[in-house]
Design a binder for this molecule. Structure first.
Ligand SMILES: Cc1cc2nc3c(=O)[nH]c(=O)nc-3n(C[C@H](O)[C@H](O)[C@H](O)COP(=O)(O)OP(=O)(O)OC[C@H]3O[C@@H](n4cnc5c(N)ncnc54)[C@H](O)[C@@H]3O)c2cc1C
Length: 392
């Protein structure tokens, strides 16, 4: 049975280490770019606490290590009927069993792509963001008197961590040099979904760090140097990063796969497509029916063992039956005993604050300090230590 994994997200990176022992005739991982970031370390990478290689997994090395094929391409379409994928370079790829872990990107309107520039950029894809940030740093270097204004749009954990990390990085690179920092968001408060103790601690920290907060700002239009709200307000900016929520890719809704109302691939508790039993999905791209957890890397990580086990089970069932496609689909549906994924209701968030300082958020509890950052650092390094020999 030929297994194709699309996207080198957290769940696939973890699953890849175990799949070689399954009954697959061939395993192929399709992902681009070659290195995939570990989200927990992203703020630390931006702040300069980690090197690129420490926060990324080299998927080619991972594939070589566990002896599967790696194709550095993005998938652009899925044909479920013919069990075929189309890649960005036009290549067609057949699959018997398909697994998707391609993450998500912030929901961006059409005008964003028209106005997108090196100064107006989305946090994802991360590689593109890093490139634009490097270009901006180069400009700052060439204009030492420039008091640039850096803005992040979005007051979720990722947005705040990003802004604080960029602030810290600039303070280390050019000590004493002045910049302006601005957090722009639609809601009235930061960190929606976290308890009020965490929200107020973070709001206080943002004030202490001289971050100008603009709330109730529903972004209507953006130009490389100006953000305009629906109510007519505008903010002049020199570099802005969009960190707002999660959007599904168009290939999901263009396919025959069931998708949720937001366009993510709909799966059951086995992480198996509700419309196509030979398709699985995990991480941000998956929407679990009927109740899906929030889009966060921690869920992708927890889904990895279930996904691994179920893909292996499908291979066992597939190799036991030599039927045509629709018959074997029916057979695997009836005979395979699949593991169920149960999302945890609460998860611990350790929010890094640029320097080696963090705020912990757990249910109604808020804790903060340098020790929280070192705790997070320990957890994140432990995660990455599961991939020895797969750094760039
Ligand atoms: C600054 C920041 C900090 C964050 N911190 C945390 C945190 O501390 N904890 C947490 O739980 N979450 C965090 N998140 C959220 C987290 O990034 C995502 O929820 C998580 O990365 C989703 O993991 P995933 O496995 O679904 O996919 P991803 O990690 O997004 O990986 C998807 C992979 O698929 C590849 N890919 C995408 N499309 C295609 C395609 N069409 N074809 C082939 N390959 C493709 C991508 O290049 C990428 O390698 C953070 C987000 C941000 C922005």
């Amino acid at each position: 049975m030929k297994l194709v994994l699309v996207g080198g997200g957290h769940a696939h990176a973890l699953a890849a280490r175990q799949l070689a022992t399954g009954k697959f005739s061939q395993i192929t991982l399709v992902s681009a770019p070659r290195s995939t970031p570990y989200s927990g370390m992203l703020p630390g990478l931006l702040a300069g606490h980690y090197q690129f290689a420490q926060a990324h997994i080299d998927l080619k090395k991972l594939a070589d290590k566990y002896q599967f094929e790696f194709i550095e391409q993005r998938m652009s379409a899925i044909d479920c009927q013919n069990q075929q994928l189309t890649l960005d370079n036009g290549q067609q790829l057949d699959w018997d069993l398909l697994s998707l872990d391609t993450g998500s990107t912030p929901p961006l309107p059409k005008w964003f792509y028209q106005n997108e520039s090196n100064n107006l950029v989305s946090i994802k894809p991360v590689e593109k963001f890093l490139e634009c940030w490097q270009t901006f740093l180069e400009k700052l270097k060439q204009q030492p008197q420039w008091k640039a204004k850096i803005a992040v749009i979005g007051s979720g954990a990722g947005g705040i961590e990003t802004l604080l990390a960029l602030q810290y990085e600039l303070s280390q690179r050019w000590p004493g040099r002045e910049f302006e920092y601005c957090l722009i968001y639609r809601s009235s408060n930061v960190l929606a979904g976290h308890c009020s103790a965490v929200q107020s601690r973070m709001a206080k920290l943002l004030r202490q760090r001289h971050i100008h907060q603009v709330s109730g700002f529903a972004l209507k239009q953006a130009e490389p140097d100006k953000l305009i709200a629906e109510d007519g307000r505008s903010e002049l900016v020199d570099f802005s990063v969009v960190c707002t929520g999660a959007k599904a890719p168009s290939w999901a809704t263009d396919s025959e796969l069931d998708t949720c109302e937001r366009g993510f691939v709909q799966v059951n508790q086995h992480l198996q497509s509700t419309s196509h039993p030979k398709v699985f999905a995990a991480g941000d791209i998956a929407s679990i029916y009927p109740i899906s957890p929030p889009k966060a890397g921690v869920y992708a990580v927890r889904q990895a063992p279930i996904l691994t086990e179920n893909l292996k089970q499908m291979a066992v069932a597939g190799s036991d039956v030599s039927l045509n496609n629709s018959e074997s689909e029916l057979a695997v549906e009836l005979s395979v005993k699949l593991e169920s994924y149960q999302a945890q209701q609460h998860f611990l968030s350790l929010l890094s604050c640029g320097d080696r300082y963090a705020i912990a958020s757990w249910r109604n509890l808020a804790l903060q300090g340098r020790w929280v950052w070192y705790w997070k650092d320990y957890i994140d390094r432990k995660f990455m230590n599961q991939f020895p020999g797969t750094r760039l």
